[in-house]
Design a protein around this ligand. Structure first.
Ligand code: TYM
Length: 373
């Protein structure tokens, strides 16, 4: 692949993503200062993911705020495809979703697409994806969503509700649209071609429940946007609002390049990793520092390509001043790779240990969250 080539689809992210190009390619809007100002009027403060432009783009978020200001409250919808254990990248849109839930005091529908992962992953059985679904639900609950306002469901366990709505969507989607949007071929299995109809349903399900139109806001990683490009075309044909979307950049892998992805475990910190494994992965992280300590002290490094710096930026350090100090130390050559990694490993292990405690507590809370029919 050429240096400047990158791919972002719901099933593949590779290369170094150019987010400005992606905004044009996907036809999404950058999150502008005035719009951020409008958000702040309601939330009082701004989440670090917004301040750092990690939540960087949207569809119709201005419309959603207009409706909210008119007293038309929205609900949130996001999801997870259970193909393995949860990693830190997945947590980013969820942490942001929880912040929105707290600030706006709104309901959240959380879809677990076990059907999707069975259809798209060669070597996963129906039993495997179900097992991962329940593992992932522990992470979702551990993020701290309000049990009174959050409902989680697996597609295969909530199909009596989802399926009649999905076929209404499917009737408006042609095979050629799915080919154009997702790159399917004649050889693709028919479950894959149908699947986007299922992911569209929670974007209007609350309207079905309430028997009136309710605005929907979908926070997600930008790789999931194509599903909602299709859904936004179809939903008005069924009499519903188009959902609004807030897009997150993709947390990069520890070894540089594309996103943190389960298909590259050494580049990825899973919430189930032991402290020893986390430490080992961070020790092997790419820093892009100079070949020797001496040269590093003299010439300094580049925080923009240093995974360790990027991990503070994307995840572990919410204080902007401290991030600046870390970036400055990397740039000036003051911070050598060994120490840099040790500090990050300590921070990451503390986070993982705390998360794992919450994960264990979540085991007896599942029933409070889950919807089945
Ligand atoms: P999945 O399981 O691939 O990812 C779950 C969520 O995490 C985001 N994500 C990331 N965000 C930041 N950095 C990364 N490295 C990273 N990797 C993944 C994804 O964009 C997603 O928001 N089909 C979906 C499940 C789904 C869904 C939805 C997601 C169903 N309905 C509505 C978002 C909104 C999936 O497989 O996500």
């Amino acid at each position: 692949m050429k240096e400047d080539r990158f791919v972002v689809t719901p099933w593949e992210v590779s290369g170094k993503v150019d987010y400005n190009k992606l905004i044009k390619e996907f036809g999404i809007q950058p999150l502008s200062e005035p719009l951020i100002g409008r958000l702040k009027k309601h939330t009082k403060d701004l989440h670090y993911l917004i301040r750092r432009n990690i939540i960087f783009a949207h569809r119709d978020f201005d419309w959603l705020l207009n409706e909210y200001e008119k007293g038309n409250k929205f609900y949130l919808y996001t999801g997870r495809g259970p193909s393995g254990h949860t990693h830190l990248g997945h947590l980013t849109p969820w942490i942001f979703t929880k912040w929105l839930q707290d600030k706006f005091d709104v309901k959240l529908l959380f879809q677990i697409t076990d059907d999707e992962k069975f259809l798209f992953k060669e070597n996963l059985s129906v039993e495997d994806v179900k097992k991962f679904a329940y593992e992932n639900i522990l992470d979702i609950i551990a993020v701290g969503f309000d049990p009174k306002k959050t409902k989680i469901f697996l597609d295969t366990e909530y199909s009596k509700t989802l399926y009649p709505q999905a076929i209404r969507v499917a009737k408006h989607i042609t095979f050629s649209t799915t080919k154009a949007v997702f790159g399917f071929k004649n050889e693709s299995n028919v479950g894959q071609i149908f699947f986007t109809s299922i992911q569209a349903v929670p974007a209007f399900l609350e309207s079905v429940f309430q028997g009136k139109n309710v605005p929907c806001l979908i926070p997600l990683g930008v790789d999931q946007d194509p599903h909602f490009r299709v859904a936004r075309d179809v939903l008005p044909k069924l009499g519903y609002y188009k959902p609004a979307v807030l897009h997150s950049k993709l947390t990069p892998g520890l070894i540089g390049g594309g996103k943190m992805s389960a298909s590259d475990p050494s580049s990825t910190i899973f919430t189930t990793d032991s402290p020893e494994v986390v430490e080992k992965k961070i020790k092997n992280a790419f820093t892009g520092q100079q070949a020797t300590a001496e040269l590093q002290r003299k010439l300094g490094g580049n925080p923009d390509i240093c995974s360790v710096c990027q991990y503070y930026y994307y995840f572990f350090e919410q204080d902007d001043r401290k991030v600046k100090e870390i970036f400055d130390a990397e740039r000036s050559g003051k911070l050598l790779a060994g120490e840099h990694k040790e500090d990050l490993a300590e921070r990451a292990i503390k986070f993982i240990e705390e998360h794992q405690k919450k994960r264990e507590k979540a085991r007896d809370q599942i029933d409070k969250f889950i919807l089945r029919d």
